[in-house]
Design a protein around this ligand. Structure first.
Ligand SMILES: [Zn+2]
Length: 125
């Protein structure tokens, strides 16, 4: 059994699948067809990915993780450097938007991989 693989599941190792956005079964095919859109099927192994719906989980990860870090960082920057308000208005959206997309992509790949490992199916579709 490969390290990190669920017993008897035939699942690819979790960390590379989540970090690289790969198919949860073969670990080589791309999971996403866009920034956050999951493919209908894996082009490498043919796994049907339509039933694996992560729902609002990735958005919640983005809100709680990135939102909390952004508020803390904004407070620290404001207290330490006292920038004008327009600097905050330019800086934080430019940092928060790409980091949120990255966190949501990682969370979506992780949730789809966990659903596959535990044979869970989403409710959509
Ligand atoms: Zn695959």
């Amino acid at each position: 059994m490969a390290a990190g693989a669920a017993p008897g599941s035939g699942a690819a190792p979790l960390a590379p699948v989540a970090l690289l956005g790969r198919c949860p079964r073969c670990g080589s095919g791309p999971l996403f067809s866009g920034v956050l859109a999951v493919r209908e099927a894996c082009p490498a192994c043919g796994l049907d990915l339509r039933a694996h719906d992560s729902g609002d989980g990735p958005a919640m990860a983005g809100i709680f993780i990135v939102g909390a870090l952004a508020v803390i960082a904004a407070l620290v920057v404001d207290v330490r450097y006292e920038p004008p308000l327009w600097a905050h208005a330019l800086l934080w959206p430019a940092l928060v938007l790409p980091v949120s997309l990255l966190v949501m992509r990682l969370a979506k790949a992780l949730l789809v991989a966990l659903q596959y490992r535990h044979r869970l199916r989403g409710t959509a579709g």
